[in-house]
Structures are given as structure tokens and as C-alpha cells.
Write a protein that binds this ligand. Sequence first.
Ligand SMILES: *Cc1c(COP(=O)(O)O)cnc(C)c1O
Length: 357
Amino acid sequence: MIITVTKPTLPELDDYVELLRGIWQREWLTNHGPLVNELETKLKEFVGVPNTLFLANGTVALQIAIKALELKGEIITTPFSYVATTSSIVWEGCTPIMADILQSSLTIDPARIEEAISDKTTAILATHVFGNACEIDKIQDVADRHGLKVIYDAAHAFGTNYKGKSILHYGDISTTSYHATKLFHTIEGGGVFSPDPALVEKMALLRNFGHLSPTSFGPAGINGKNSEFHAAMGLLNLKKIDAYLARRREVAARYDKNFKGSGLVRPVITEGCDANDAYYAVIFPSESDLLKTLKLLGEYSVVPRRYFYPSLSELSYVGPSNVPISQDISRRVLCLPTYYTISDSEVDMISQLVLRA
Ligand SMILES: *Cc1c(COP(=O)(O)O)cnc(C)c1O
């Protein structure tokens, strides 16, 4: 049997079928149906915010966020993230400017952000890496002093808290992904969160083609809606979120115990952050150590992921940048398998193999 880096959580099939029966009865498949509305309500309760939007995916969430803030020119961003963080900026006609990351937390370095600011800069797009918070207070301080907007790509951070509340409270907009590989998922899906109700209203307009009414239109929108089928999966997964979070914590603690004294380096959790342990990242002394480990794990059908690799500074559509830490770390970092149904003995077996390699 193959052990992959993650496995999607699946609710009881009977529970899903029960929700499908309702969809069949109502014959209402998409366009803000009752299950989508119920999921949005439950998400608001879980996160503790007055509003959120359930969207088609995390990439369209980023695009709608950039569009809603009417960003132009340069957006300072991190090279240590998933490709969608950078590609969304380019897709929206803006220029990504890479600022290097902190060696400790692997999140964007506020000092490097400040250095990268030019008269064309309009915003900062930062990623909460592996569920660990960015230097939120310092980033906000830079943004306030220079009049910049802040978007957080919080695709990894559902269930993470910062200073006692959900991390999704921070920045002008936070975006999430509810893709099947994430800790909380709706098969495909994403979301936006903002403390500004007017901004959420604008994003609601943008996700629905810009429809003001069936026959009138506001700004040029996109189809960012999600369906009743995806919302049904989300409702069932959200019911079990506490168990999902607890198991990730146990798995991380078990790897930590197994690796004690081994010299393997782990990202440092940002002060004030209660991270969700969505990913278990280890940093090897060298890329050849990583490759040796990958090979040995592969022989035992364990398939971790080189995540994030390569550094996004290498993308063909990004200009030259000076981000040595991101380039170095991306070659040496590996995410080990962690998911709800992984067993203790599998975690121990993987740990032994990593130590042996
Ligand atoms: C998964 C992910 C995305 C993209 O989300 P999708 O829902 O797959 O479009 C964006 N950024 C980060 C950091 C991610 O991990």
C-alpha cells in the first residue's frame, strides 16, 4: 500500500447520500442554494467572523481579492508558497516582486518587504506557510506606514489561531483553499474573509458575474460560485474538524518525539501563533540528504512531497530577484505524510526510514 503525503478526509457515505437526497428533492444544484448558505453560516461560526464567501477554489479567491482591492502595479509577495499565489498576481495584470523569507518560520521577512517597496507598490500578498503565521503585526506596520493593502493566502491555515483568534481575521482580506488535499476540504473550494463588510459585498458581486439583479450588472465579474454538492462535503467535514485538528497534532507530536536529537530542523512557530499542524515539514542539512531520504522512502512506497519546490522566484514569468533563503530552503525541505487516518505505526515506520537515510 502506498502512503502519500496526504489523504483526503471522507465522511460516512450514508451521511453524504442523505444530503444528496435533499438536493434531489429540491432540484437546486448550484447558485447560492441552501447547503451553500448553511456552510457559509457554519464557517462564520467556526471562524468567529460576521461574513465569508464560499468560492469555487482558493485560486479564484486570490484573484477576486486582488480584483476587489483594485490593485495595480507591483505586489510584494513570497517566493516560498504554492504557484497559485504568484500566478494569481500575474493573471490579474500586476507584477509580483519577491521578498525573501525568514530562515526561522519560512514566512515572508517584513524587513525584506520594506526594502522592496517602490512608488509602484500597492499591496503585500503573504502566505501563512504550513499553517504557521506570518509576522502579522510587523507586516501590518509596514503596510500602514506605506499605505499598502495586505492579502493573506491562508490556504494552509484553516484552524490556526493568532493572538487568541482565528488567523482569518487579519489583513484586508484572507483567502483559503478547501481543496481535497487541505486539512478542511469541500473537494474543490475556497473562501475569502475580510473585516470590511463592504469589501465582502463587492467580492460577492464579483463571484457572481457582477450581477446586481437578473437584468443589471455592476463591475466585470467572474464565475467564482460553488455548488450544493461541494457544500454538502464541507458541512460533513466541518462537523469533524476538531477531530481532524487533534489527529494532526498527535501525528506532529509523534514525529517530534521520534526525531528528537536527530539534528533534523523544523520551521519555528511564529510568536503568538497556535498552528494547525496541517503539514509536517522537515529541513535537511543538504539537498542530497533529502534526495537520499526520498529514494529510501520510495522503496517502501512512502511518497512525501517536495513542498514548496521550486522557489517561485524560478518561474519563467517572474523577474529576477535576490531571495537566497527561499532558494536554499526549497531545495532542502520535505513534507512528510500526515492525515487523519494515518496510523501511529505508519508514522513510526516513516520516522525510522528518515533516520536511517
Ligand atoms: C492549495 C493552495 C492554493 C490554491 O488553492 P486551490 O483551491 O487549489 O485553487 C493557493 N495557495 C496555497 C498556499 C495553497 O496551498
